[in-house]
Design a protein around this ligand. Structure first.
Ligand code: NOJ
Ligand code: CA
Length: 686
């Protein structure tokens, strides 16, 4: 700061940030300029200019992660901010604080970082200036741009953000394709390639560098901007930000003062240390909801799988799923089995005929005549269960926004505490991208409106999770990947056995997922009375793996997704009754992306742990230590293991249920079948 000329210092004062670390502590004066290091000294971000371009780089423990990579923007009707830039000043601060989450995969988060603010000015007219803010945490780094009011921006139309990520070596990347082919959605199978072979990828993008470092490129605090995609540059290791557009091609409309989302790079030495992933939470504002108790984690059942299997319909007719009688049956089942909610799809007008085409025909308040909405809501309430209102919009956004207040007010009056929204269809009718700024604004509007009515939200076909649950804890869960539904009708025969072992290290590091585990009729015998042909879609897992997914794939809303009749007389269903949905802490015991993962989680406020282990198509045995248990404690492990000859292929429902005493000194040998898994409840003995 001291070398900065006076005029620049005055300008910096004008740029003083609105949000500033409150508990500033002194930084070592020897720290080099324009460089910030994480509190543990491992992660380093440097900012510099080269020939008028602005670049950042990231190192960890002396190893390069991101080589100098460009920063900047392109605007409509204005010069790009790219080539005539210089650093005019910088300042530092630090913060160390901790806070509780109302629900989560951990109960508390420590937010500890060093911050560097770098003021950048254009050397040519119109001499705009902006700030790059960098925060270095022990588990990764984040940076964002701040465009100040007085800095020559005012109303702007951004045509691209020029941020790049040049990965230090040709790391292995796990990714799904963005932008093309249409439709643009997250519901794809992951592929794994060297970084240099990436076409265009969604984030989170998980990387295994050849130098051993594990990194996830993602973003945080996406509020009024387009979702970030990363475009590969043929045979190079540089990924360039590319933003999905409005219908007219503009990427981001804004007015200064303006902040972009944080670009985040989570960093770890072992893949197991990528979870629990809370970096994005630390880069979102504190909760705006004073009392988050209405947003209680819960398990739920629903009138849902029957439609995906094609034995029920969403629309009216002889096999309509959402009837009063059927819903009462589900409410009774939920109440008898400790499930907090009942999802009902197809209850509202709009489903008859081609609902994807007739997207503006949905009513979110008018029920079909065979569905007694107030009566059922009252019945559910009397049994301590909530209905989960289903709002499929089919991307008829204006139609939905017009009804938001009246619908949510109705649900609140009826005691409906949660909704599941849906956005089947690619673009909006007007042509705005599914993950562009128009939709980002919409998704946020739904969450904020729902909060005013005390309603929790579960979004399907969502915008990706960028940590908004810290600010809006009613934003509980979302889909945003290929979930269980693909096992009813998806191509390729359903999700392959490795799918969830990839999800854990990719999609799940962004936040909770409503995957909807718990299918018990794995060969889908019931609808047709016969097993399906092998090539037909079905869950390619064993039954024990379906149970393990409750622990592995975190969500505060966990569905028991099968038809409830498929749970009758099933001893294995006891695990779903018992499993927790809210956690004090999470430990990844072992894992390898695409192969296997074993996770232990401690139930919130209890001396009780759950372990979930899953494998891909290969059988394997994992040796795990229970050293996470309280030393000196006596526990019993209730073990749901693959049966001796279990296999996803020809014997998926074979399960061996047993129990044994364990302590923190016990080692368990988890024997997993092909496509198999193991689920364990460990409860303490008095
Ligand atoms: C897709 C959702 O993922 C699924 O859960 C839902 O049943 C259908 N859309 C219909 O809304
Ligand atoms: Ca979906």
């Amino acid at each position: 700061m001291s070398q900065v000329p006076l005029f620049a210092r005055m300008r910096i004062a004008l740029l003083a940030p609105a949000v500033y670390a409150t508990t500033a502590v002194a930084q070592p004066t020897s720290a080099p300029a324009h460089r910030v290091t994480s509190p543990d000294g491992k992660n380093v971000v440097s900012i510099e200019t080269r020939s008028g371009g602005l670049f950042y780089s990231v190192d960890r423990s002396g190893r390069r992660v991101i080589l100098p990579s460009r920063l900047g923007f392109e605007f409509r009707g204005a010069r790009p901010l790219r080539d005539s830039l210089r650093i005019v000043g910088s300042s530092r601060s630090a913060k160390d604080t901790a806070w509780a989450l109302p629900w989560g995969e951990v109960a508390r988060v420590r937010e500890h970082y060093n911050e560097l603010r770098v003021q950048v000015g254009e050397t040519v007219a119109p001499q705009r200036h902006f700030t790059v803010v960098v925060r270095a945490f022990d588990d990764g780094v984040g940076f964002r741009y701040e465009l100040a009011d007085s800095a020559g921006f005012r109303d702007f139309e951004m045509m691209e953000e020029l941020t790049e990520f040049t990965v230090a070596d040709d790391a292995r990347a796990w990714w799904i394709r963005a932008n093309q082919p249409q439709p643009d959605r997250y519901e794809q199978l992951y592929v794994s390639t060297p970084v240099s072979k990436i076409d265009t990828a969604h984030t989170p993008l998980t990387l295994e560098l050849q130098n051993g470092i594990r990194a996830v490129i993602h973003e945080a605090d996406l509020v009024d901007y387009a979702g970030m995609n990363l475009a590969g540059q043929f045979e190079r290791r540089t990924l360039r930000v590319t933003l999905p557009p409005w219908a007219d091609g503009v990427r981001v409309r804004g007015r200064a003062p303006f902040v972009t989302p944080w670009r985040t790079i989570q960093l770890a030495d072992r893949v197991e240390d990528l979870a629990p992933s809370v970096l994005t939470l630390k880069l979102n504002p504190p909760s705006r909801i004073a009392d988050a108790t209405p947003y209680r984690p819960m398990k739920y059942v629903g009138i849902w799988w029957g439609m995906h299997l094609n034995v029920n319909t969403w629309g009216e007719g002889a096999t309509h799923g959402a009837t009063t009688a059927n819903t009462r049956r589900y409410i009774d089942f939920a109440a008898a089995n400790g499930m907090g909610g009942v999802l009902v799809e197809g209850w509202n007008e709009g489903w008859n005929g081609d609902w994807m085409a007739n997207r503006n025909g949905f009513s979110f308040t008018k029920a079909y005549p065979d569905y007694d909405l107030p009566g059922l809501a009252a019945y559910a309430k009397s049994k301590g269960v909530t209905l989960i209102g289903h709002n499929e919009t089919a991307m008829g956004i204006e139609n939905y926004e017009r009804q938001l207040d009246s619908a949510f007010a109705l649900y609140q009056r009826l005691g409906i505490r949660a909704i599941k929204t849906g956005y089947v269809n690619d673009k909006t009718l007007e042509g705005h991208a599914h993950t562009g700024q128009y939709m980002v604004r919409h998704f946020r509007k739904v969450v904020e409106t729902a909060a005013r009515y005390g309603i929790g939200v579960d979004v399907h076909e969502p915008i990706k999770d960028t940590g908004e649950r810290r600010t809006w804890p009613n934003m509980m869960s979302r889909e945003g990947a290929r979930g269980q539904e693909y096992n009813a009708w998806g191509g390729e025969g359903g999700n392959p056995p490795e799918h969830e072992t990839i999800l854990f290290f990719t999609r799940m590091v962004s936040g909770p997922m409503d995957f909807t585990p718990g299918i018990f009729d794995l060969t889908i015998k019931r609808p047709s009375g016969r097993p399906r042909a092998p090539e037909e879609a079905r869950p390619r897992t064993t039954l024990a793996k379906q149970l393990a997914l409750y622990v592995v794939l975190y969500s505060p809303l966990q569905m028991a997704a099968d038809l409830i009749e498929n749970y009758e007389r099933q001893r294995a269903f006891q695990f779903i009754r018992d499993v927790a949905v809210d956690w004090d802490t999470t430990r990844v015991l072992q894992g390898r992306i695409g192969d296997y993962v074993a996770v232990a989680r401690k139930a919130k406020g209890k001396d009780e742990w759950f372990v979930g282990a899953i494998t891909d198509e290969e059988a394997r045995t994992l040796d795990v230590s229970l050293s996470f248990l309280r030393a000196g404690g006596r526990y019993v492990a209730e073990i749901y293991a693959d049966g001796p000859r279990a296999s996803w292929r020809d014997n998926p429902e074979s399960i061996a249920i047993s129990s044994r005493p364990v302590t923190s000194a016990t080692r368990l040998s988890l024997v997993l079948a092909p496509g198999g898994g193991q689920a364990i409840r460990i409860r303490s003995l008095p």
